[in-house]
Ligand binder design. Structure first.
Ligand code: SF4
Ligand code: SF4
Length: 608
C-alpha cells in the first residue's frame, strides 16, 4: 500500500459531480462555425499560416509558432477559412483576441497522418517533435506547452511522473469520464511520456470519489509498474503542489517547480492527447468538456472540437435560458463568469457551469475582516490570506510579495470560508496583476536605460576612435612632411655638390683646352689632322642639356616647397638661381664654341 501524506488546510465544498456523470461522453458534432484563437495557452501566440478563403483539411496545421514558447493550431474539421479577426475569447476580462474562423464543409475529410505505433524506434527528440507539431499544451491549468514541459533541465532528473486524476474542483468531471472511457489511451500516453522521461516511478493519483475511474485505470494498468493511488477527497488535492505532497511527502520549494524535487505532473487529458498524437498521428483538435449546472436539462460531458462555441454546447445539453443566471467557465472555486456564450472551447476548457440564481447566488456584500483566522486555516499553501488581503487592498504590493503572494494558487479556499464574504482571491489577482505590470514597466525602463547607456558608450567609443584616427593621420602627415623636407635637403645638398663638382670640372677642362689650344697654335699645324683643334660642340651641348634639366628639377622642387609653404624655400631659391647661372654659362660657352668653329678656315681635302 502506497504511503500517503496530507497537506495543510483544504476544504470540503459540495461536489455536484454526479450531475454530469450519469451519461457517457457524447460527441458534440460539428457546429456551423469554429473559432480558433491563436493563443490558447501561456506563452507566445501562434501565427496564422492560411489565407482567408483557403480550403483546409481536418488535422491540417493552420497556425504555427515560429519562435518562442507556444504550440501550433490545427483545423478541427475540413472546411474554408472564413476570416482571421478579433473575437471574444475565454478570459476573465472578457477580452477579444485574434482568431481564425473556419466554416466546416461537412465532409470532415482528414489530411494525411503519420501514426507511429512503435515510437520506441524513434529518437526521443523526434517523439517530442511529434508532440510539439500536434499542438499539445497542458489540458488543465494554464496550458503549458507539453513538449517543453517534457524537457526538464538536464540537471533535474525526473524520478517520479504523476498523472493528475484528482479532479478535485466541484462540478468538473471531464477527467473522471475520460479515465472511465479512455483508460487505455490514458495509459498509452503515460507510457510515451515515461519513455521520454525514464522516471523510476509512475503514479496516477485519483480522488476516492471516482470509483469507476479507479476501477477502469486499475484494469488498464494491470501488469504494468504504474501505481494507481487513491487519495482522500479534499479540495484542492488536485493542485500540483498538493498532489505531489500527498503522493511523495515532498514539498515544492517556494518559487520553485516540481522538477526541482525530481517530480513532474501531467494532466489526464494531456496523456490522451499525447497518445493520439504519437500512436495515431492525430493532432489536438478536440477535448472532453463538462457542461453542467441546474440550468441545463441534460448535463454531461461532450467530446467537443476545439473552437466550438460554448452556446452550441449549451444547446446540446439543453440549456434553459429562462433559468440561466450565470455562466461560469471552469469550476465554482477557480473559474470565472463568462460575459458571453460566443467564446469558443479552447485546449484548456474543461467545464462550463450554467447555473441558476439559487445554485450560484451572487456573493453577499463584503464585510470588514473580523480576524477570525479561518482563511489561514483553509489555505493549502500555508500562506497568511488575511495579511495578504490587507497589503493587496492597501496596494502595499512589496509587503504582499514578501508574504509569498506568488505562491498563492488562487484556489479560493480562503474566500470560501471567509465569514465576511471578502472576495480574497480577487484581491490577490489584482495585486499579482499590478505587480506584473510594475515588473513589465520596470523591465521596459531597465531595457530603455540599458539601450541609452549602450548608445552613450558607443558614441564615446566612436569619438575616441575618431580622435585616434585623427591623431594617426596628423602624425602620418607630419612624418611625410619631415621625410620630404629631409629628402629635399638631401637633394639640394647633393645637387649643389654635384653642380659644384661639374662646374669645377668644366672650368678645369676649359682651361686645359685653352692651354692646349695655345700650345698648338704656337706650333705649325700638322698637315693631315686638324680635328683636335675643333671645339667639342657635342660635349658643350650635353653640358647645357644637363644644366637645363637640373634647373628644371630645382625649379619644380622650389614650386612645390612654395605651395606647401615649406621652410626650405630660401635654400631652394638660391639653388635655382645658381642653376640659372650655370645654364647661362653653358649657353655662352656653347655659343662661343660655335663662333670659333664658324671662324675656322675651311679644311683642305687630304691629298692622296
Ligand atoms: S477569514 Fe475573512 S474575516 Fe476571517 S481573518 Fe480571513 S479575511 Fe478576515
Ligand atoms: S487562494 Fe491563495 S491564499 Fe487563498 S487559500 Fe488558496 S492559496 Fe491560500
Amino acid at each position: 500500500m502506497t504511503q500517503l501524506w496530507d497537506f495543510s488546510g483544504g476544504i470540503h465544498p459540495p461536489e455536484h459531480k454526479d450531475f454530469s456523470t450519469a451519461r457517457p461522453v457524447r460527441r458534440a458534432g460539428i457546429p456551423e462555425r469554429l473559432v480558433l484563437p491563436l493563443q490558447q495557452h501561456i506563452g507566445d501566440p501562434a501565427e496564422a499560416i492560411v489565407e482567408v478563403g483557403e480550403q483546409v483539411l481536418k488535422g491540417q496545421k493552420i497556425a504555427d509558432v515560429k519562435t518562442g514558447m507556444g504550440v501550433a493550431v490545427h483545423a478541427p474539421t475540413s472546411g474554408v477559412i472564413e476570416s482571421i479577426v478579433e473575437h471574444p475569447v475565454p478570459h476573465p476580462s472578457g477580452m477579444a483576441d485574434w482568431c481564425i474562423t473556419l466554416r466546416p464543409d461537412g465532409e470532415d475529410q482528414w489530411c494525411s497522418r503519420n501514426p507511429v505505433p512503435d515510437y520506441r524506434t524513434l529518437a526521443r527528440d523526434q517523439v517530442l517533435g511529434i508532440i510539439r507539431d500536434a499542438g499539445i499544451s497542458g489540458m488543465g491549468g494554464a496550458g503549458f506547452p507539453t513538449n517543453i514541459k517534457l524537457r526538464p533541465p538536464r540537471n533535474r532528473k525526473v524520478s517520479t511522473l504523476i498523472l493528475n486524476g484528482a479532479e478535485c474542483e466541484p462540478y468538473i468531471t471531464a477527467d473522471d469520464m475520460t479515465m472511465r472511457e479512455k483508460a487505455d489511451e490514458v495509459v498509452a500516453g503515460l507510457k510515451v511520456m515515461a519513455w521520454i522521461l525514464r522516471p523510476e516511478r509512475c503514479v496516477i493519483g485519483i480522488e476516492d470519489n471516482k470509483p469507476e475511474a479507479i476501477s477502469a485505470m486499475r484494469e488498464a494498468t494491470e501488469g504494468t509498474q504504474t501505481e494507481i493511488v487513491v487519495i482522500p477527497t479534499k479540495y484542492p488535492s488536485g493542485g500540483e503542489k498538493q498532489l505531489i505532497r500527498i503522493l511523495t511527502g515532498m514539498e515544492v520549494p517556494s518559487g520553485g517547480i516540481p522538477a526541482d524535487i525530481g517530480v513532474m505532473c501531467q494532466n489526464i487529458g494531456t496523456a490522451v492527447a499525447v497518445a493520439q498524437a504519437v500512436v495515431e498521428g492525430t493532432p489536438l483538435i478536440s477535448r472532453v468538456v463538462t457542461i453542467t449546472g441546474e440550468a441545463v436539462r441534460e448535463p454531461g460531458n461532450f467530446e467537443a472540437l476545439i473552437g466550438t462555441p460554448i452556446e452550441y454546447l449549451l444547446e446540446q445539453a439543453g440549456v434553459q435560458q429562462d433559468r440561466l443566471s450565470r455562466l461560469v467557465l471552469g469550476g465554482p472555486m477557480m473559474g470565472y463568469t463568462l460575459t458571453t456564450d460566443a467564446v469558443p472551447v479552447i485546449k484548456t476548457t474543461n467545464c462550463v457551469i450554467a447555473a441558476t440564481a439559487s445554485e450560484l447566488p451572487a456573493p453577499p456584500p463584503e464585510q470588514p475582516c473580523i480576524r477570525c483566522g479561518q482563511c489561514a486555516e483553509a489555505c493549502p499553501m500555508k500562506l497568511l490570506p488575511q495579511q495578504l488581503f490587507w497589503y493587496a487592498k492597501a496596494t502595499e504590493f512589496e509587503k504582499a510579495e514578501h508574504l509569498n503572494l506568488f505562491d498563492c494558487i488562487e484556489c479560493g479556499a480562503c474566500s470560501y470560508v471567509c465569514p465576511s464574504s471578502i472576495p480574497l482571491v480577487q484581491y490577490y489577482r489584482f495585486a499579482k496583476g499590478e505587480i506584473r505590470v510594475q515588473r513589465a514597466e520596470q523591465l521596459k525602463a531597465d531595457r530603455a536605460r540599458e539601450r541609452f547607456e549602450a548608445r552613450q558608450a558607443r558614441l564615446e567609443r566612436e569619438q575616441q576612435e575618431k580622435e585616434l584616427r585623427r591623431k594617426e593621420r596628423a602624425k602620418a602627415a607630419a612624418d611625410a612632411q619631415a621625410r620630404k623636407k629631409a629628402e629635399a635637403e638631401q637633394v639640394t645638398a647633393e645637387g649643389e655638390a654635384v653642380d659644384e663638382r661639374s662646374a669645377k670640372a668644366a672650368l678645369v677642362e676649359q682651361a686645359l683646352a685653352r692651354k692646349k689650344a695655345k700650345a698648338e697654335a704656337s706650333q705649325p699645324p700638322p698637315a693631315t689632322d686638324t680635328a683636335e683643334e675643333k671645339p667639342d660642340i657635342d660635349a658643350l651641348e650635353k653640358q647645357l642639356g644637363q644644366a637645363r634639366s637640373k634647373l628644371e628639377t630645382m625649379q619644380g622642387m622650389l614650386d612645390e616647397a612654395k605651395a606647401q609653404q615649406a621652410d626650405n624655400v630660401d635654400k631652394l631659391e638660391r639653388a635655382v638661381a645658381k642653376n640659372h647661372d650655370r645654364v647661362k654659362r653653358a649657353e655662352e660657352m656653347l655659343a662661343e664654341a660655335r663662333d670659333k668653329l664658324a671662324a675656322r678656315p675651311t679644311e683642305s681635302q687630304p691629298t692622296h
